[in-house]
Design a protein around this ligand. Sequence first.
Ligand code: ATP
Length: 449
Amino acid sequence: MADTDLMDKLVSLAKRRGYVFQSSEIYGGAASVWDYGPLGVELKRNVKEAWWKSMVHERDDIEGLDAAILMHPRVWEASGHVANFTDPLVECLNCHRRFREDTLLSEQGAADAAGLQCPSCGTRGRWTEPRQFNLMFKTFKGPTEDSAEIVYLRPETAQGIYVNFLNVQQSARQKIPFGIAQIGKAFRNEITPGNFTFRTLEFEQMEMQFFVKPGTDGEWFEQWRERRMAWHREVIGLAPERLRYHPHEKLAHYASAAGDVEFFFGGSIGDEGWGEIEGIHNRTDFDLGNHQEWSGKRMEYIDPAAGERYLPYIIETSAGADRVTLAVLANAYREEEVEGETRVVLSIKPSLAPLKTGVFPLVKKDGMPERAGQIHEALRARGIPSFYDESGAIGRRYRRQDEAGTPFGITVDGETMENGTVTVRERDTMTQARIGQDQIEAYLRERIG
Ligand code: ATP
């Protein structure tokens, strides 16, 4: 399958099975904004919970936070976003479509705008002068649309962590090194959004800021880089050959070292199909230093034991929940020939799959629907997401769950009614095992993780 086909197939599968819908579809759709359907919301929640478990619940040295989206406008002046969070925007003089000049230059290998061809109409070298376009969405607070009342929708969750650094450190009685983690929405008025949920105007970030003593930052950067790569591989189950770490050559205004965890999506995403799913940055004391200066409030950490006070350095790990979710879908999508038909399977890791099992009566008679219904209810009551389906041939019911990414299928048949055993079908191998009805929960728990 060509890579470009994969994204199209995912868009259509996502809609068909209820993973992702275009926002405001009945009005023609809102460009680059997507809604998560019944299965999508579960998958994304499972991704976020896996992150929270690894970053917060399994560690003593990281605390959670849920800061507000709207912040004091000076935060964004202090952080440098008002002045620097910009992309160079150029407009084609022929078709008036707008693009990011830096992206076009690197995609087309051109030295300047004179050599650039418009991706939309094909005209070469006819562009407006580049204009620095700020990516922050602005809105107004209060009843007047007055410039004094401008507030921003946060373009990253990180700043909510920085301004709360001492609140968290003191209330949780943490000592450096320690981290603060947060999951939440961020907004960017991207010039050229697209590629399904890869680049959207509104997205969720899973960010962790780790505060360290200056001088130890290089070591911590390396540790976090390795841990985060391992998380994507081991916890999320992304194929190792589709993951790479890409160090930045050009650093953002706040960073002394930075790199991206990239996943191979294929198609037109990123650098020849490799797209960033997480950024890892050494932000030095840039953010705390600026907040200290702009707010006039001390942001230093005091270490009474060592008799020291200093502004900590920050190692940031910043992952996109939507991009990781899209990577899970792209990683899981398979098509194979089975008995002359194409089988579409989403081989999502069972721990992340929205539904863990389907429950099916083989036929709609002889007490089988009632027995299957009881099994389904019991699983649900025990916190195992299950789906009951009695409509259509059993093969079709299996296929529907294969496409939805459900790792197991339990079938109640004639033997169940005689001796209390059921078959459990495994999505990826299509093999079946026969187990006692009373073993179902243990069987699934062992494999769901
Ligand atoms: P890109 O270079 O792709 O624009 P970035 O370097 O600006 O990304 P960061 O500021 O490092 O991204 O943000 C951290 C993470 O947030 C990214 O790795 C990505 O997963 C996610 N993210 C950033 N922008 C978007 C977006 N427009 N849509 C979806 N996710 C995004």
